[in-house]
Design a protein around this ligand. Structure first.
Ligand code: NO5
Ligand code: CA
Ligand code: CA
Ligand code: ZN
Length: 313
């Protein structure tokens, strides 16, 4: 009889307790935006392959006005099963609207963009079975594209990246073949005003390895076309400071493994944005029962990055 009960099991498992699926995330963003209309404005950067809105917010004083303040971009959820990064985004939204005097000061001197889940189709699919599916890619046919291999800087050239659609690190049919990377690219391009990119620093949040990584990922070289040795030292110095604040290990992205088509490589290569990957802990666990302490570790490095963005030449 057991197998009969088994087949009668619900078609959709709930996310782990405390985690926000897409509907809960959307409701939470709406609630915070409604509670803080003076400093939070919510918008969509476009739609996922299956048509979900890709929700984002701007946090700043005089939020309705595009002021001449350094802009910082925070991206969550490129990889579907890395659900903890969506919780990281919601936690940071809470912190940035908390009214803490240090935060109020930083938020009034910067404009912070948060993109909460760049891959909602993938994360919904990951929860949609009886147990998590360990899904990484988006849901674009035939078998999903790895968004963090789809960015158009040295796309597909090197390292852990595949031209086979069934591979975990499938790069897509061409650079920016995924609607999700195209939507975020269009948003970032729109922040180029009178020829000057307004976004000065960025973090792309992943899990699960407790790392702070800086570009490039596509090459092991410390200096390359588009990166002088001095620029590399600057990226590394700030990266090490961020890692001291959260206790993660700091290294160049390619020290972990070489991989082409990552978002931070494109942010630096295209616009010279100080771009980092944060890999949240706990190590090797995509589904930790508790995430509260882990996301709190990244309050300080994010505030440090906002502060650093206000001190750039
Ligand atoms: C990332 C790297 C940017 C470190 C990736 O395990 S992860 O997939 N989150 N690592 O391979 O895109
Ligand atoms: Ca402002
Ligand atoms: Ca601005
Ligand atoms: Zn990842």
């Amino acid at each position: 009889m057991a197998w009969l009960l088994w087949t009668a099991a619900p078609a959709r498992a709930d996310p782990l307790p405390g985690y926000h699926d897409y509907a809960a995330m959307t409701a939470r963003i709406d609630a915070v935006a409604a509670a803080h209309p003076d400093i939070v404005s919510r918008f969509s950067i476009g739609r996922s392959y299956d048509g979900r809105e890709l929700w984002a917010v701007k946090v700043s004083d005089n939020v309705a006005i595009d002021e001449l303040e350094p802009e910082v971009l925070l991206v969550f959820g490129q990889h579907a099963r890395e659900h903890i990064t969506v919780e990281q985004g919601l936690y940071l939204l809470d912190q940035l609207t908390s009214g803490d005097p240090r935060v109020v000061d930083l938020v009034s001197r910067t404009e912070v963009w948060l993109v909460f889940n760049l891959n909602p189709d993938g994360s919904e699919y990951d929860w949609a079975g009886e147990r998590p599916r360990f899904w990484r890619k988006n849901r674009q046919p035939p078998d999903g594209t790895d968004l963090n291999r789809n960015w158009g800087y040295h796309w597909g050239c090197c390292g852990i990246v595949s031209r086979r659609p069934r591979a975990e690190a499938y790069r897509g049919g061409r650079p920016f073949s995924a609607p999700e990377t195209r939507a975020l690219r269009a948003f970032i391009n729109s922040r180029r005003i009178a020829g000057v990119q307004q976004i000065k620093a960025a973090i792309d949040f992943h899990s699960a390895a407790e790392l702070v990584l800086w570009p490039f990922g596509y090459t092991r070289a410390d200096s390359a076309k588009d990166m002088t040795a001095a620029q590399h030292r600057r990226l590394a110095r700030l990266g090490r400071r961020l890692a001291r604040a959260n206790g993660y290990t700091a290294e160049q992205s390619s020290d972990l493994y070489v991989a082409a088509g990552e978002l931070p490589d494109w942010l630096w290569g295209r616009y010279r944005i100080l771009a980092y990957t944060f890999e949240l802990g706990p190590r090797d666990d995509f589904y930790p029962a508790r995430f509260e302490d882990e996301v709190a570790r990244n309050r300080e490095p994010v505030l440090l990055l906002l502060d650093a963005a206000t001190r750039l030449p």
